[in-house]
Design a protein around this ligand. Structure first.
Ligand code: PAF
Length: 278
């Protein structure tokens, strides 16, 4: 089946076939992590739609919107190779009416952890994701676990707004040395990349411990060992449903999440742990 490129919402309507539709929302610059999302979609649905849209609403004024990698021709090859049916690639003007007024609020959870460092980011994410859901009308949508807070907020939005869409989380894909795949990794010099390995090292060190203070101390020690070139924004152990920090007596799944800057590049990573399981 030939890959359809839909640039306008009307093209999406024309491309629609019967059967279950899976949406893989992306901002392009596709890598192996995205490939696994598309493969997962292929297994679960009759029609796979990949959206490629660098969403201005989720970037702050001093963030990397204009330099965010745009590699549309290679992205199309990736989508073709992984058996996607439709690529939705709208222009910013087609997605956002200049006179628009209404957007989605991510609530309190959108203002903590990653949201505290990037004010408004999650409102922008949820607004574009809801628009993509309305335009594509998927039965299910697949997101990477690497953006753990984004995934939790999307689940929250689906529950709170009664959206009839199944949300599937897919595990983080890593380089052999542990670095989580990210479209922003291409900004890193060889030296930056060595410093960046402290993130996954910290998560592994934390995951080897059993208590909340032990986990945080072990992870922090690895981040500190990376030296001053690693600017840590946060290291937290949170409840995946709320992103509130867990207490020492907390039992259940927890996300150990880290964000750090290396020069102009900001990376995030996380691992899911089970605490006090008895
Ligand atoms: O994870 C991303 O690439 C983006 O935040 C998303 C979900 C495509 C919304 O722009």
């Amino acid at each position: 089946m030939e890959l359809i490129v839909a640039r306008h919402r009307a093209d999406l309507v024309r491309a629609r076939r019967g059967g279950a539709v899976a949406l893989v929302p992306t901002m392009g610059a596709l890598h192996e992590g995205h490939r696994t999302l598309i493969r997962e979609a292929r297994v679960r649905a009759d029609q796979v739609v990949v959206s490629i849209f660098v969403n201005p609403l989720q970037f702050g004024p001093s963030e990397d919107f204009s330099r965010y990698p745009r590699t549309f021709d290679t992205d199309l090859e990736v989508c073709r190779a992984e058996g996607a049916d439709v690529v939705f690639h709208p222009a910013v003007e087609d997605m956002y009416d200049p006179s628009r007024q209404v957007s989605v609020s991510a609530g309190h959870m959108g203002t903590i952890v990653e949201g505290a460092v990037r004010p408004g980011h999650f409102d922008g994410v949820l607004t574009v994701v809801l628009k993509l859901f309305n335009l594509v009308r998927p039965d299910l949508a697949i997101f990477g676990q690497k953006d753990a807070q984004q995934l939790s907020l999307i689940r929250r939005m689906v529950a709170d707004l009664d959206l009839p869409i199944e949300i599937v989380g897919a595990p983080t894909v890593r380089e052999p040395d542990g670095l989580a795949l990210s479209s922003r990794n291409r900004y890193l010099s060889a030296d930056d990349r060595r410093v960046a390995l402290a993130l996954s090292r910290a998560l592994r060190a934390g995951a080897a411990e059993f208590t909340v203070p032990g986990i945080l101390a072990a992870a922090r020690a690895e981040l500190d060992a990376a030296g001053p070139r690693l600017g840590v924004d946060y290291l937290v152990l949170v409840d995946p449903a709320t992103f509130a920090e867990v207490s020492e007596s907390y039992a259940g799944p927890a996300v150990l999440a880290v964000a750090a800057r290396i020069g102009d590049t900001r990376l995030i990573d996380n691992v899911i742990l089970t605490l006090n399981s008895g």
